[in-house]
Ligand binder design. Structure first.
Ligand code: VG1
Ligand code: CO
Length: 544
């Protein structure tokens, strides 16, 4: 088969963000745009030549075309074997699972996660290394540097690969294997969780659940695992057929976008347990009957209860959370004598800690949690963890969480997002905050005394790499915190995220409404950053 060498010129905007390169579909369709980035991966990850690459995506618009393009480029770049999820699909955690299980050299995941899809929506591409995790900054930095100087890429003229039939095809010297997208992942879940106990829970007739796949990738995974393997009643999975534009919705599992599910978990006829996942299957939202579990609390509850779960009964080596995630898990770690790490936002920062065996569980406030079973956050894994816990503990979600607060204290938590604001105004706002930091410690704001104020920098304890400028932290002596950072996953303007946390150890005050408790801190945070005058926004776009 004839290899074609195509001349190209660099694009200046291919720096990966928090989770890969994300742009509007129309930008990815610009001639050579996708190809330049992919060639930059092959140019910098030279072990792919002669090696094995995993390939799959969340099924959004442009997924299939991009898969065909990448297979041809992989063949032209000497990749010996490409493992592709059937129909070009792999959830992000399933891709991580497959990369690890078959000892491959890495994978390319096509996804813009929770961002809307369709011709006018977003697309994304991410490279994961041989450990199954998102490429660390050193690797993404090298890929980006390559995109700045690229002058040609390699591909070949070939017929389209049949993506829908499981089996092996050849493209020149390259073997293209189409695999079942769900099977390996489902087998891994069965190793970690007590499926028999969960089957008994569903079989009891006393327990009802809904899982909202939000028209995204987890539909097939959830139907097989929950309904077929675990015996949940048919219809437990809603919005379970993946569509290229996620049914026109926003596949982000939070109280705002998963409103259909929230309604099913509310009121007198509410189900006992409800959960949702995002576009690419790595996020999760956990709801009990009329009860929302914050992602930060979910991580803390998992850590405190891991001994009840088959795959973690041997104990945890340590835990980690991203910096803006609440300190609820820190309290558990302290009580259990576990190491606890605070990392920058983005799953790539957990990889070294997991590989080194320093942590077993980790999570982010942005509806992400996971463990050392793969190197990505994992939505369905979290749902199964909770299901297993409910089956073993025989308590409701609300009872488990409230009991947790009584024992460890409650970290009230909320996040305010200001989406699509002017990029320059956003960076000026951050610069303004930076100028305040030096004088803040020791001052008292509305009764809260500032203990520390900094721009978070992280030194990876395993390889010593340093990541600076990871967000402004203001910590008060009463344990409450305000954190500001700019999103690294958006595709339009800038998104300012303001994260707020307040600790409450008095059981008599732990059942108050979050919004009321957070009001004073919200006031401090919005005034200090001059949000209204600098962005023109009186209210956040989304509150989670
Ligand atoms: C957001 C979240 C972050 C998460 C990232 C990728 O990043 O805050 O915690 O790791 O999305 O998640 P940012 O930079 O926009 O705040 V996913 O499910 O979109 O791959
Ligand atoms: Co995601």
């Amino acid at each position: 088969m004839k290899i074609l060498t195509i001349s190209t010129r660099p694009f200046s905007d291919q720096r990966p963000g928090t989770s890969g390169l994300r742009k509007k579909v129309r930008i990815f369709r610009t001639p050579h745009y996708l190809e330049n980035f992919v060639q930059s991966i092959f140019d910098t990850r030279t072990d792919l030549s002669g090696g094995t690459l995993v390939l799959g995506g969340d099924g959004r618009y442009y997924n299939r075309q991009a898969i065909q393009t990448i297979i041809c480029m992989a063949a032209a770049n000497g990749v010996a074997r490409v493992i592709v999820g059937q129909s070009g699909l792999l959830s992000t955690p399933a891709a991580s699972c497959v990369i690890r299980k078959y000892h491959t050299n890495g994978g390319i995941i096509l996804s813009a996660s929770h961002n809307p899809g369709g011709p006018d929506g977003d697309f994304g591409i991410k490279f994961n290394t041989a450990n199954g995790g998102p490429a660390p900054e050193g690797v993404t930095g090298a890929i980006y540097a390559r995109t700045r100087e690229i002058s040609q890429y390699r591909t070949l003229a070939a017929d389209e690969i049949d993506l829908d039939t499981i089996g092996t095809q050849s493209l020149g010297e390259t073997r293209v294997e189409i695999i079942d997208a769900v099977a390996d992942y489902a087998a891994l879940m069965e190793e970690l969780f007590d499926f028999e106990r969960i089957r008994q829970l569903f079989g009891s007739g006393q327990f009802s659940m809904r899982f909202d796949a939000m028209h995204a990738i987890t539909g097939p995974y959830a139907k097989l695992i929950l309904e077929t393997m675990l015996g949940a009643e048919p219809g437990t999975v809603i919005n379970g057929d993946p569509s290229e534009d996620f049914g026109g919705g926003h596949p982000d599992p939070n109280l705002v976008h998963a409103h259909e599910l929230v309604a099913l978990a509310s009121g007198p006829d509410a189900v006992d347990f409800a959960a949702a996942s995002d576009g690419d299957g790595d996020r999760n939202m956990i709801l009990g009957r009329n009860f929302f579990v914050t992602p930060s609390d979910s991580l803390a509850v998992m850590a405190a209860n891991a001994r009840h779960i088959k795959g973690y009964a041997g104990g945890l080596s340590g835990v980690a959370r991203s910096m803006p995630t609440s300190q609820a898990v820190d309290r558990v770690a302290e009580a259990l004598g576990l190491d606890c790490y605070e990392t920058p936002t983005g799953w790539k920062f957990f990889g070294n800690l997991l590989d080194a065996g320093r942590i077993t569980l980790c999570g982010e406030e942005s509806f992400g949690s996971g463990s050392d079973h793969v190197r990505e956050k994992d939505g369905l894994w979290a749902v199964l963890f909770w299901l297993n816990l409910l089956a073993v503990r025989n308590r409701s979600v609300q009872e488990i969480v409230q009991e947790h607060w009584r024992k460890f204290g409650r970290n009230f938590y909320t996040r305010h997002d200001y989406e699509g604001i002017d990029a320059e105004a956003a960076s000026d706002l951050m610069a303004h905050l930076e100028t305040l930091l030096a004088d803040l410690p020791g001052t008292t704001l509305d009764g809260h005394t500032v203990g520390y104020a900094d721009n978070f920098a992280y030194t990876d304890p395993v390889d010593g790499s340093v990541s600076e400028n990871q967000g402004i932290r203001i910590g008060f002596t009463d344990g409450s915190r305000i954190v500001y950072r700019l999103s690294g996953t958006g595709t339009e303007g800038a998104t300012l995220r303001v994260y707020l946390e307040a600790c409450e150890t008095d059981p008599g005050k732990q059942d108050r409404e979050t919004a009321g408790v957070m009001q004073p801190l919200v006031g401090i945070a919005t005034r200090m950053a001059e949000i209204e005058s600098r962005t023109g926004r009186r209210e956040p776009t989304v509150i989670t």
